[in-house]
Design a protein around this ligand. Structure first.
Ligand code: ADP
Ligand code: TYD
Length: 225
């Protein structure tokens, strides 16, 4: 089994089931002797967590939103993600740049050309390979109809500034994810997140087993409880 650093992001609209699957996957990797860094965006460092509070709590225009998301990301990459990958760890990240394209781009209608420029600025010039754009090796995209996500969230928690948006907003965000997935089919794996927890777990582990990143035995058991 490979021991190089592995960067996996979890994406999808609010309520898609991402958070429920991150710790079980971290456990599966630890069971196989890997060191795991579990983190999230916006956030993952003290500075980025402060920016997260602003993003989720304060009204602002879409450019400000995009700049704060990328500022938080830059700090997170420099302080946490790049060092962990350089140590050969598995990095499991609850959202990354695809979320900015889906929420600020598709959701808010902000220019994707500008987001692409920011993406390149923020994700290059780091560590050992300064010319390479740091991206997840794999993105698990939890795809499910916005109405189903909303009904799951209703009983789960109080909404933040994004979760409180209307159905049209989430339809655009979902479409934004679909377009991002289409533009990078080798990086994205679509998870049918409308299925049962057991089925979702099977889909996730099978994708990792296929790439040789998890042993087959993990696919049989485990998962969220
Ligand atoms: N496959 C599933 N079927 C039914 N409910 C689920 C499933 N996956 C997660 N949930 C529930 O849906 C809600 C949202 O899940 P969560 O993992 O917090 O989503 P996200 O992190 O994508 O916002 C939680 O109450 C969770 O227990
Ligand atoms: C990373 C990122 C998140 N977001 C939004 C999406 C989510 O609604 C919110 C926080 O995501 P999330 O961590 O999924 O929230 P929760 O802890 O409630 O599950 O931030 C953006 O708008 N742009 C971004 O670049």
């Amino acid at each position: 089994m490979a021991t190089r650093g592995l960067f996996i992001s979890f994406e999808g609209i609010d309520g898609a089931g991402k958070s429920s699957h991150i710790e079980p996957l971290a456990e599966a990797f630890r069971d196989q002797g890997r060191t795991v860094t579990r983190t999230r965006e916006p956030g993952g460092t003290p500075l980025a967590e402060s920016l997260r509070s602003l993003l989720l709590g304060e009204a602002m225009d879409p450019l400000t939103e995009a700049l704060l998301a990328f500022a938080a990301r830059r700090d997170h990459i420099c302080q946490v993600i790049a060092p962990a990958l350089a140590r050969g760890e598995v990095v499991l990240c609850d959202r990354f740049t695809d979320a900015t394209f889906a929420y600020q781009g598709a959701g808010r209608g902000f220019s994707t050309e500008t987001l692409s420029i920011l993406e390149r600025m923020v994700q290059t010039g780091i560590a050992l390979e300064p010319d390479l754009m740091l991206e997840p090796h794999l993105t698990l995209w939890f795809d499910l109809p916005p109405a189903l996500a909303a009904s799951r969230l209703e009983s789960a928690r109080a909404p933040d500034r994004f979760e409180a948006q209307d159905a049209d907003f989430f339809a655009r965000v979902a479409q934004g994810y679909a377009e991002r997935a289409q533009s990078a089919p080798q990086r994205f794996v679509r998870i049918d997140a409308a299925q049962s927890r057991h089925s979702v777990w099977q889909q996730i582990t099978q994708a990792l087993v296929r790439r040789g990143w998890l042993a087959i035995m993990v696919a049989a058991g485990g998962g969220p409880r």
